[in-house]
Design a protein around this ligand. Structure first.
Ligand code: 13P
Length: 278
């Protein structure tokens, strides 16, 4: 695939040039990052209220977008408590069907009805424990978009797929399924790259691996030719305050999807602060 020059390259060149001229490179807007929390099946009503209260004390820089994906029962707390805050919230999954006899499912229409702006789809835990294939994930993303909900589509390879060098093929298959269903609407999605072997393990890929993989994902998106180069690609898997700055410095990393380290407002707030300093 051909090398693509993007906003990051141009920014870097301009910044360097201004520095060479002895001029203030701070005038250039900083790269925007999304700092997203996936709470998975954690937290209580009381803990959620406390978290949201504490988040009021967290200073969120202009170029940082914060998103939180709590369990379904707490979405209303987010809607009601966050109304005037700079934090977006979303569901962790959504049904691919519109409505009807699907016990246990929550439809995109329902999420849209309550004003929920975002949803995760295709998290590796949904793929591995609940049988969400890439085709199902694509249909869920489509259902979300039909109700003006932005899907954050999670993709990622297993350790075995990484070790056997099949990860590019796996990621491409996951993305192709989404493109096959959404076509030009793919540009309205967010992508979270989460290597399965880095989730909850404390092990993260090397920065070189993150860089190569994000660039690969970017190029696959560009190959669709539907302005998909504008899609934000987040990294997820064992992100914490100790590694967030390094990961943020990687090109094509536009944010983070954080599990364990997002469950306490002080830890999550610290990550938001660190990301804003990059
Ligand atoms: P951890 O940050 O706990 O590794 O979880 C990552 C994740 O799965 C976020 O969706």
């Amino acid at each position: 695939m051909s090398k693509v020059i993007d906003r990051n390259d141009i920014e870097m060149l301009v910044r360097r040039h201004l520095q060479d001229l002895g001029m203030d490179s701070e005038a250039i807007p900083k790269k925007e990052y999304i700092v997203a929390a996936n709470w998975k099946m954690n937290m209580t009503d009381k803990e959620t209220r406390k978290f949201l209260e504490e988040m009021k004390g967290v200073n969120i820089a202009e170029h940082i977008r914060v998103m939180i994906f709590p369990p379904y029962p707490y979405l209303y707390l987010f809607r009601d408590m966050l109304r005037y805050e700079r934090i977006a919230y979303g569901a962790q999954d959504v049904a691919k069907e519109e409505k009807g006899a699907y016990t246990g499912e929550v439809s995109a229409a329902m999420l849209g009805d309550m004003g929920c702006p975002l949803t995760l789809v295709g998290h590796s835990e949904r793929r591995s424990y609940y049988g969400d294939t890439s085709e199902i994930v694509a249909k869920k993303a489509k259902a979300a978009l039909e109700h003006q909900i932005t899907p954050m589509i999670c993709i990622g390879e297993t350790l075995e797929e990484r070790k056997s060098h099949r990860y590019e093929q796996v990621l491409k298959e996951q993305l192709d399924a989404v493109y096959g269903e959404l076509k030009d609407q793919v540009k309205d999605c967010l992508i979270a790259y989460e290597p399965v072997w880095a989730i909850g393990t404390g092990v993260i890929p090397t920065l070189k691996e993150i860089s190569e993989t994000h660039e690969y994902i970017h190029q696959v998106l560009v190959s669709y030719g539907v302005l998909a180069e504008k899609i934000r690609i987040l990294y997820g898997g064992s992100v914490n305050a100790g590694n967030v700055r390094d990961i943020a410095s990687v090109k094509y990393v536009n944010g983070f999807l954080i599990g364990g380290a997002s469950l306490k407002a002080d830890s999550f707030g610290n990550i938001i602060r660190l990301a804003s300093e990059v």
